[in-house]
Design a protein around this ligand. Structure first.
Ligand SMILES: Nc1ncnc2c1ncn2[C@@H]1O[C@H](COP(=O)(O)OP(=O)(O)OP(=O)(O)O)[C@@H](O)[C@H]1O
Ligand SMILES: [Mg+2]
Length: 258
């Protein structure tokens, strides 16, 4: 059965859009039919991350019943389908957010996975996406402010009777100043389904306007995103070793060379 996932965080800038495009592309590469929706309508990101040209028909038009759903779906060069939001300020006025649920319902007839990239915060935009989804995927960084906002998001999900599929910790560096993964799991009381390291590869991929799983397929972030997408499909995939420092580094450190 088709599923709608909202990629949500509470806190801004934690890696939601990066996660949405990489999970969407990873699922597409695994043979799944996917559409990524840019529901960050006031400050759209998907087109910027994927270099999508300014398109004539967007999610904004569909929300306001000015266009058909099919006409707002575009195929990125990677083969992943996206429904961008409008970059025009004028078209972000008077959006009928409530219509998002009708759109995702209809999309379920034409695809298997609908991934909604949500706006930051828990305002009207984010809540519309929460309403329109079947399950939420929470994105956080391993820092107290981000995890606190993730917890607020999970509490709101409970109030709305929306299940949480899991938590993805992004920009993980394994530093002592970060919150340990076990603490994040305990505080959020939700399964961790992905740990994505902080890597230059992700920043480079953004400049290249493509998901990191395509631009740097051998990077750790690419591998961890692919494994996370497999977990979403229900596969049991072992977690990757979390230290970015190899055994050689650890031995050197032990003997005082680092
Ligand atoms: N694993 C990573 N390693 C390094 N940089 C990362 C990683 N993940 C995300 N970033 C960078 O962090 C910044 C924010 O990422 P992104 O735009 O995906 O966040 P967001 O949660 O969608 O933000 P917003 O709330 O504004 O929509 C971007 O510059 C992105 O390249
Ligand atoms: Mg974003």
């Amino acid at each position: 059965m088709a599923k709608v996932y909202a990629i949500i965080s509470g806190k801004g800038g934690v890696g939601k859009t990066t996660t949405a495009i990489n999970l969407g592309t990873a699922l597409n590469n695994l043979g799944e039919d996917v559409i990524i929706l840019d529901a960050n309508l006031t400050t759209p990101n998907i087109g910027i991350h994927l270099g999508a040209p300014i398109v004539p028909i967007t999610l904004n038009h569909v929300l306001n019943n000015q266009a058909k759903i099919e006409d707002a779906i575009y195929e990125h060069e990677s083969g992943t389908k996206i429904m961008p939001a409008s970059l025009s300020l004028k078209e972000t006025e008077r959006i009928n957010y409530k219509n998002l649920s009708n759109i995702t319902k209809k999309l379920k007839n034409i695809t298997n996975h609908i991934i909604i990239d949500c706006a930051a915060g828990l305002g009207e935009e984010a809540r519309a996406a929460m309403n329109a989804c079947d399950e939420m995927i929470i994105v956080t960084n391993p820092e107290m402010p981000a995890v606190t906002d993730a917890l607020k998001t999970i509490k709101l999900a409970e109030e709305m009777n929306k299940p949480v599929k899991g938590v993805i910790v992004t920009r993980y560096q394994g530093k002592k100043t970060e919150m340990p993964i076990s603490n994040i799991r305990d505080m959020l009381e939700a399964p961790i389904i992905g740990i994505i390291p902080e890597e230059d590869a992700v920043k480079e991929s953004q400049v290249m306007k493509n998901p990191v799983i395509l631009t740097h397929p051998r990077s750790k972030s690419a591998k961890t995103y692919i494994n996370t997408s497999k977990r979403i499909l229900g596969e049991t995939v072992r977690f990757e070793p979390q230290s970015s420092k190899g055994v050689f580094y650890i031995i050197l450190k032990k003997f005082g060379f680092r």
